[in-house]
Design a protein around this ligand. Structure first.
Ligand code: HEM
Length: 123
């Protein structure tokens, strides 16, 4: 039997859409992060959920619509220091806590977000 992608193991698209919804509920209330984002978070929600769907083995809609992710370049306009990274990761952990995940899936997601957030620090 072929190995399932993480995208398949979490139940597909709806998991990532709900995760990103919970994540941005935290961002909205965050005094450090909120000002970095546009007033209307519709596109930000779409971009992050489509990116994660693609990254974890789902449809490639993100790249079809946004091109290569180039995440370091796309984050260059924002001050991503330790405090911003910690705030971002804190909201993502809260969002993950809101899901029922197998321990190995949770570990994989935690490790990935930690690595990615560290890589995106630019200050
Ligand atoms: C480390 C702290 C981080 C901060 C402060 C941050 C902040 C931001 C901001 C302000 C935007 C622009 C939103 C908009 O204009 O709509 C953005 C876009 C985005 N971020 Fe982050 N981010 C962080 C970490 C991450 C991580 C770890 C990931 C991936 C796992 C990520 C993935 C994305 C994606 C996919 C976009 C949309 C790119 C596009 O325009 O297509 N970010 N981020």
């Amino acid at each position: 039997m072929a190995t399932l992608t993480l995208y398949e193991r979490v139940g597909g698209e709806s998991f990532f859409v709900a995760l990103v919804d919970r994540f941005y509920d935290g961002v909205v209330a965050d005094p450090l992060l909120r000002p970095m984002y546009p007033d209307d978070l519709t596109d930000a929600r779409d971009h992050l959920s489509l990116f994660l769907i693609q990254y974890w083995g789902g449809p490639r809609t993100y790249s079809d619509t946004r091109g290569h992710p180039r995440l370091r370049i796309r984050h260059a306009p924002f001050v991503v220091d330790d405090a911003a990274r910690d705030a971002w990761l804190g909201h993502m952990h809260d969002a993950l806590d809101g899901a029922q995940l197998d321990a190995d899936v949770r570990e994989e997601l935690d490790g990935y977000f930690e690595m990615a957030a560290n890589q995106l620090r630019n200050t």
